[in-house]
Write a protein that binds this ligand. Structure first.
Ligand code: HEM
Length: 325
């Protein structure tokens, strides 16, 4: 009985506050507004959706899904955008455009953290992936956590440290494999994987878990470290299960991708095989894991604020001053 009560408390504290209908009265057209803006962005930049879901991931992993990743340097704010894991991240202006469209119809109502969660969902949907019911009610932080952004999962990491970073935010091996499936679209700069081409980890040899023909293709494509290459060489801009079939063929782009399949004895191998076997299986798990990621330590109730401009906190003492806890 005591345990049940404790579990109820825990559950209540972690995710019960986010709800599907949070904006039904205050911004009923929110999904349409965001969808229209996401579609518009993708029409001019095929990578827009990939950029948006990555922002949501980087937001949630650093002090919870609270929009902190979007804050720029300011007095008292050491921007996460300067953290190791965010260097060179793109798409802030796309978030601005979506937020501006939302503000013009529902001023001061929808948080930047919720905008990211919804934009991530719409992006996957528009690119052919699954759809899920986004939960809302997150509020925006008035702080950033630069150190947290230095510690985001790294492309050079092996399986155990990756698993630990996911576990630290309540995500298990299945979530790690499913969410990594987002690398079915978007690009990566060569600097994050070119170390696999030769003298990998000081062995004098290329990474043995990188298919030689694919390696040569990548080497040809990588004119310098800043060049961007497709994550998925088969269907670069479509959200599908090919990420997993690529891993099975030693065609994962980053070390952090390939280790999911190539680490001897790992529990993730069977998960890669399962999610790669049928698109529906991947899509079902991706939905579950995205909702789980979106529930990481949100600010709710009267915590934080509803930022008007996602790049900075609202002025204290202004009309939003009462929002601050
Ligand atoms: C497992 C740990 C992960 C690592 C180490 C990792 C690392 C990276 C790196 C290095 C890039 C390329 C960045 C650049 O070139 O500037 C990238 C891009 C991307 N990541 Fe991840 N990632 C991880 C998990 C995730 C997750 C969980 C998601 C979403 C659910 C995600 C979505 C994306 C997308 C869509 C892109 C392409 C963005 C673009 O085209 O601009 N990643 N990731």
């Amino acid at each position: 009985m005591g345990l049940l009560f404790f579990l109820a408390l825990l559950f209540g504290a972690s995710c019960a506050q986010l709800t599907e209908n949070f904006y039904d009265q205050t911004c009923p057209r929110l999904p349409n507004i965001v969808r229209q803006e996401v579609k518009r962005a993708i029409e001019t930049d095929i990578r827009a959706g990939a950029k948006l879901i990555r922002f949501h991931f980087h937001d949630c992993f650093v002090q919870g899904c609270d929009g902190s990743v979007l804050l720029e340097d300011a007095p008292g704010i050491d921007s996460e955008l300067n953290g190791q894991g965010n260097l060179g991240i793109q798409g802030l202006e796309i978030v601005d455009a979506i937020k501006a469209a939302v503000e013009s119809e529902c001023p001061g109502v929808v948080s930047c953290a919720d905008v990211l969660a919804l934009a991530a969902k719409q992006s996957v949907d528009v690119q052919g992936g699954p759809s899920w019911r986004v939960l809302f009610g997150r509020r925006d932080s008035r702080t950033a956590n630069r150190t947290g952004a230095d510690e985001l999962p790294s492309p050079f990491e092996t399986l155990e440290p990756l698993k630990k970073k996911f576990e630290a935010v309540g995500l298990d091996s299945t979530d790690l494999v499913a969410l990594s499936g987002a690398h079915t679209f978007g690009r990566s700069r060569c600097m994050f994987f070119s170390g696999r081409f030769s003298n990998f980890n000081g062995t004098g040899q290329p990474d043995p878990t990188l298919d030689p023909a694919y390696r040569q293709e990548l080497e040809r494509g990588c004119t310098d470290g800043e060049t961007r290459v497709n994550f998925d060489p088969t269907t670069p801009d479509t959200f599908d299960k090919n990420y997993y079939t690529n891993l099975q063929a030693n065609r994962g782009l980053l070390t952090s991708d390939q280790v999911l399949f190539s680490t001897p004895g790992a529990d993730t191998i069977e998960i890669v095989n399962r999610l790669g076997s049928r698109e529906g299986t991947f899509f079902r798990q991706f939905r579950v894991s995205m909702i789980k990621m979106g529930n990481i330590r949100p600010l709710t109730g009267n915590q934080g604020e509803i930022r008007r401009n996602c790049r900075r906190v609202n002025e204290l003492g202004g009309e939003a001053g009462h929002d601050v806890m």
